[in-house]
Design a protein around this ligand. Structure first.
Ligand SMILES: Cc1cc2nc3c(=O)[nH]c(=O)nc-3n(C[C@H](O)[C@H](O)[C@H](O)COP(=O)(O)OP(=O)(O)OC[C@H]3O[C@@H](n4cnc5c(N)ncnc54)[C@H](O)[C@@H]3O)c2cc1C
Length: 405
């Protein structure tokens, strides 16, 4: 008997819905399932840097985001204590970032998948992966009615996040792993205008940042090294507010604002997983996770969805061998991700920067091109490898000497 679906996607948020949408737009029969119903929230501070925004634009979804009233963020400001590095991280094609609530973003993405023709089943829990021999052939799960449902397809994609059942079931090999490095909490404030700015504050073993989101709210996220996670979670508010006090002018603005929601937070492990095997693939956090301190996860999930959709299309319709096409997906993902992964892990350690980094930051300060480039490293528009390359660093120091800094 033939399969009802070409591809089953488990998980329908930032990775699963765009993948389902892209495949459905190419004419594939796609089933996307999620245990959640939409709109619903999930733990994330949801800043989408310009590269992620560029994909929303390409997919024709950006206008739906802006129509929700979510304000653009054109300036990133990094207050490192003695001075602030302030730059514009965007590109001419994608000049700004956005921080849409996940209730807003994920609903819009899942609807786009359905509009493209994917069958979306919400409140559907996948309990196990079905196999024939080594090959994954489908899923078994249950819906709200509770009865067991089995669906088959030549390919099952795990877009099921950090605790991916698909990755566990197939034993996807992990590499380049790092333990949780920092723990952060966040909440939303009203009465804290940001005027199109992302503001970040680095105070040694404390770091925090703020940006605007929907409904005139501002998200503030703040954290400490993972070693303090257990101790500090007994009184998150006290530790969080004490951290903000390390930047008195910002703390004063927060003091005049009002917190509207409770604190939530966590610490996450860092890893890459082999993202394919017989009858299965992984996208988004299921395949690659990194500390959220540089806010890359959503943009990465979008990129993986694009790369994976292309690879699946090449194998299903264009006869390219699976190893080749999916191997190219893995190679492209890793090549894009490795430099940012290293930068993120280093930053998430929250160790004081070595003297040469402090000197570099001082030289960057006041040099607008260099400040834009530094902001771009965070945003993913400047490669960390290129920015921190000795020749580039040399030029920044030379410019600083020339200007007498
Ligand atoms: C505290 C925190 C802050 C973050 N801040 C940012 C940020 O500012 N910017 C940014 O870009 N990234 C951020 N991230 C990362 C970002 O949230 C993730 O990278 C992104 O959500 C990954 O999307 P995903 O679709 O891969 O997984 P998820 O968003 O985790 O979605 C997985 C989906 O799979 C479903 N699922 C799981 N198992 C099953 C099952 N068995 N059956 C059915 N459904 C299932 C879940 O219900 C869920 O809806 C943050 C992460 C954390 C933890």
């Amino acid at each position: 008997m033939g399969n009802t679906f070409d591809v089953i996607v488990v998980g329908a948020r930032c990775a699963g819905s765009p993948l389902s949408m892209l495949l459905a737009r190419k004419g594939y029969r796609v089933l996307a399932v999620d245990r959640a119903a939409f709109p619903s929230d999930t733990m994330s501070t949801h800043l989408i840097h310009p590269p992620g925004v560029a994909r929303l634009k390409t997919w024709g979804l950006l206008e739906q985001v802006t129509a929700t009233g979510c304000p653009p963020v054109g300036t990133y400001a990094f207050d490192v204590g003695p001075f602030t590095i302030e730059g514009a991280p965007g590109t001419p094609d994608s000049p700004v970032a956005y921080g849409p609530r996940r209730t807003v973003l994920d609903k819009l993405l899942v609807d786009a998948a359905a509009v493209a023709g994917a069958e979306v089943r919400e409140r559907f829990v996948v309990d196990e992966i079905v196999r024939e021999g080594d090959r994954v052939t489908g899923i078994r799960g249950h819906d709200r009615a509770g009865g067991s449902v089995t669906e088959s397809a030549p390919l099952v994609v795990g877009a099921d996040g950090l605790h991916s059942l698909v990755a566990k079931a197939v034993g996807a090999a992990q590499y380049n792993e790092r333990p949780p490095l920092q723990a952060s909490y966040y909440a939303y404030w009203s009465g804290l205008p940001m005027n199109g700015r992302f503001e970040a504050y680095d105070r040694g073993t404390r770091a925090f940042a703020a940006w605007p989101t929907n409904d005139d709210l501002t998200l503030i996220v703040g954290g400490w090294p993972a070693a303090e996670f257990d101790e500090n979670k007994r009184n998150v508010e006290r530790h969080f507010m004490a951290a903000l006090d390390l930047a008195p002018a910002f703390a004063e603005r927060v003091g005049a604002a009002r917190r509207e929601e409770r604190f939530v937070g966590t610490a996450v492990p860092n890893y890459f997983r082999r993202p394919f095997g017989p009858g299965w693939a992984l996208v988004g956090d299921a395949g690659y996770n990194k500390d959220f301190i540089t806010a890359q996860g959503i943009s990465d999930a979008f990129r993986d969805a694009d790369l994976c959709a292309t690879a699946i299309d090449e194998t299903l319709s264009k006869g390219r061998p699976v190893e080749d096409a999916m191997g190219a997906y893995q190679a492209a993902r890793d090549q894009h991700a490795f430099p940012m992964y290293e930068f993120t892990c280093q930053f998430a350690r929250m160790a004081p920067p070595p003297p040469e980094t402090q000197q570099l930051l001082a030289a960057v300060h006041g040099n607008q091109d260099a400040m834009d480039g530094f902001a771009g490293v965070f945003a993913g528009t400047t490669s960390p490898g290129e920015f921190f390359a000795p020749e580039h660093v040399g030029r920044i120091f030379a410019a600083a000497r020339g200007s007498g800094v």
